[in-house]
Design a protein around this ligand. Sequence first.
Ligand SMILES: [Zn+2]
Length: 135
Amino acid sequence: MVVSVDEKCLRLTDESGENGVLLGMRCRNCGVCVFGPATFCQSCTSPDLEEVELSAEGTLYSFTIVRVPPSGWPGPVPYVLGETELPEGPHVLAEVIDCAHDDLRVGMAVTLALETVGMDGIEGSERAVYKWRPA
Ligand SMILES: [Zn+2]
């Protein structure tokens, strides 16, 4: 089994595809941290950035229930799209799973959940995706 991953955003810590950490870039000049790749700081424009591992726990900053998914969406509909604020500062947008819609609350604690999904047309290949679930 081959598990692929967006290596700028997520680092797997074993071969299951279900354990890993989110990656971000922190500015050595002003300390601002962003999720995913960056070539310069969005705050002070310094190019002096370092890669950092981000917390697996955050708080739900905002959410919406998606009833009309983007084309090719592989999961059930409707689904919850949540924006999670991490302690380091970045906001990370991803599906929220394992939570009844009535139980969703802004400010609730959520934790990173990795899942693997099959890749269309490529037998034996999966892709690791990150989601949030109630902590
Ligand atoms: Zn900066």
